[in-house]
Design a protein around this ligand. Structure first.
Ligand SMILES: *[C@@H]1O[C@H](CO)[C@@H](O)[C@H](O)[C@H]1NC(C)=O
Ligand SMILES: *[C@@H]1O[C@H](CO)[C@@H](O)[C@H](O)[C@H]1NC(C)=O
Length: 180
């Protein structure tokens, strides 16, 4: 009887220890995976170097993306632009050229000059501009984008008919992922 009590007593302590360890590991795992983002303040004017800090990988910060030098708060699409998201490579960057060329993998198209884009590229870019303006709040400007040419606007008379390029590469995205 005496022996059984102590056996159960120690067994319970060991079980509690295992349980505590398991819960501790689980909580730690969750803390590492969970990044909490906040909304950006208005008039968040940044240089491209400063913008890089809003890449969706730091808790307590907004996720920002710049298109044609306009900074958008994309925190409402954190699943896409946040850490591990399909468009996380866009976060913290000016993505004008990447969008126009529909290429999210090449670093050369981030924070890049958007002069010299082809007409189909400008048409696709205008679509992106329309999308971002509709979907995300504009919160500021990139102050050191050294680019005098204005970005194309879909309401500035650029024909929006889908050509072969934008149909095959770009429009798919708007149909499937972004335009509801
Ligand atoms: C941010 O930039 C915009 C546009 O250039 C300007 O109107 C605004 O005053 C700037 N805000 C701050 C806080 O510098
Ligand atoms: C993106 O651009 C790079 C460099 O020009 C190229 O190697 C890559 O194939 C392009 N990716 C897509 C999806 O077009």
């Amino acid at each position: 009887m005496f022996f059984t009590f102590w056996f159960q007593f120690f067994a319970a302590i060991i079980a509690a220890g295992f349980l505590y360890g398991a819960i501790y590991l689980l909580m730690q795992d969750k803390a590492e995976k969970h990044i909490h983002h906040v909304a950006a303040e208005k008039d968040t004017n940044l240089t491209t170097a400063e913008l890089a800090a809003y890449d969706g990988r730091t808790s307590g910060r907004p996720i920002l993306v710049s298109l044609c030098g306009k900074i958008y708060d994309v925190v409402s699409s954190a699943a896409l632009y946040g850490n591990g998201g399909q468009y996380n490579s866009f976060a913290g960057k000016d993505i004008t050229v990447a969008c126009a060329k529909f290429n999210k993998t090449s670093d050369a198209y981030f924070n890049a000059q958007w002069t010299g884009l082809t007409k189909p590229e400008r048409e696709l870019l205008a679509k992106w501009e329309e999308l971002f303006a509709k979907k995300y709040p504009e919160v500021g400007k990139v102050t050191d984008v050294d680019n005098m040419a204005p970005c194309p606007q879909s309401n500035e008379g650029i024909a929006m008919q889908a050509d072969a390029y934008s149909t095959t590469l770009g429009m798919d995205l708007f149909a499937k992922k972004h335009i509801s």
